[in-house]
Design a protein around this ligand. Sequence first.
Ligand code: NI
Length: 134
Amino acid sequence: MSTLKIHHIGYLVKKMDAAIRTFEDLGYQIMQSTVYDDIREVNICFLQKDGYCIELVSPVSDTSVVSGLIKKFKNSPYHICYETQDFNRDYKRLTENGFIAIDAPAPAPALQNREVVFLTSASMGMIELLNSPD
Ligand code: NI
């Protein structure tokens, strides 16, 4: 039985401040102000609306992990993040079922340094797996 729970939708944006203003015009509220993730060289801001959590991700350098993605996808949603109570078990299960890890598990500064890993599937693209806080 899966313990995966949708936590947020990751959304690539070229200009963070402009993106926040536009999301606010649509009725989103800032949950957490912009945090710099020095591991991935991105700025991250969490917004919410109607129970949905959106993570805005904006590269701050050409060597950022999303610099290539944003050239390809422009401003666009690009991953769904799933929270799990059993990170190691779900990480193992997903990799045994066709998902390929595209980095090693590492702390996420914008999420209380909880462990995250990104995986990709040939049939559905990229997901993020997030360790539960407890
Ligand atoms: Ni994310």
